[in-house]
Design a protein around this ligand. Structure first.
Ligand code: BGC
Length: 235
């Protein structure tokens, strides 16, 4: 696809509540392989998710390092929350487990943070939200990440959180029309809170957004979640 000149190949992994996705990126962050996806194993415990990542990785050819976006708070490679996976992830050292499995360097960050790194311009206050199984959020100031924002579990309206109102379960329950109206309110509420210069909306359900968006609000393709994987290796 893109010329590579023997540059380092990075396996980028997006662990989601419903699917696990992988792709290989060149050192500029361009995709070198076709994205591969598998259903998230049930129950989504660390061992079976790691097996799924290894099976997907085997379809991707060579790679020298691994980047992972994880759907929960991640600190120093340890997963601290996993609302849409399994309690076994709390306190799990994912970096060490994957480094042993692949015998390669591994970096892990929150999935919305990784998606944001693939989307932002690096100027001003940029907010990213992801609409999938959960509600992800990431905040950047002049390109610097404020890690593990977790807006999803903050109160939004009617005694419910952003995730309870806008996650996939809510979308399935109330339907696209009502979900879109809620999203419109969320965009206003988040603007009041952050006065962002740009808001990016990603995730598997972003394609269902059909409201008229303000000029500084953009839908980003779901693949951005994987493309952000290259930024984890910039110092
Ligand atoms: C998690 C976040 C994650 C989001 C999207 C939420 O439930 O708490 O860490 O980014 O889902 O996967």
């Amino acid at each position: 696809m893109i010329e590579e000149n023997g540059a380092i190949r990075t396996l980028s992994v997006d662990i989601g509540g419903s699917g696990v996705k992988v792709i290989v990126l060149d050192s500029h962050g361009h995709a070198l392989t076709q994205r591969a996806r598998a259903e998230t194993p049930q129950p989504p415990k660390p061992g079976s998710v790691i097996d799924t990542i290894a099976e997907l990785a085997a379809t991707q050819g060579q790679f020298q390092r691994v980047s992972v976006g994880f759907p929960g708070v991640v600190r120093n490679g340890v997963t601290e929350t996993a609302v849409n996976l399994d309690p076994d992830w709390i306190g799990f050292d994912l970096v060490t487990a994957l480094s042993k499995r692949f015998n390669k360097p591994v970096q892990v960050i929150n999935d919305a943070d990784m998606q944001g790194l693939g989307a932002i311009s690096g100027k001003g206050v940029e907010l990213v939200i992801t609409l999938g199984t959960g509600f992800g959020s990431a905040l950047f100031v002049d390109g610097t990440l404020v890690p593990n924002l977790e807006m999803g579990h903050h109160q939004f309206r009617k005694d419910e959180t952003y995730e309870e109102q806008l996650g996939r379960a809510a979308l399935e329950k109330v339907g696209e029309k009502k979900w879109n109206r809620r999203l419109e309110k969320a965009i206003k509420s988040l603007h009041n809170l952050f006065s962002y210069d740009y808001l990016y909306i990603g995730g598997g359900e972003a394609e269902k957004v059909n409201i008229k968006l303000p000029e500084n609000v953009k839908i980003i393709p779901n693949i951005t979640g994987l493309l952000g994987g290259i930024a984890l290796w910039k110092d």
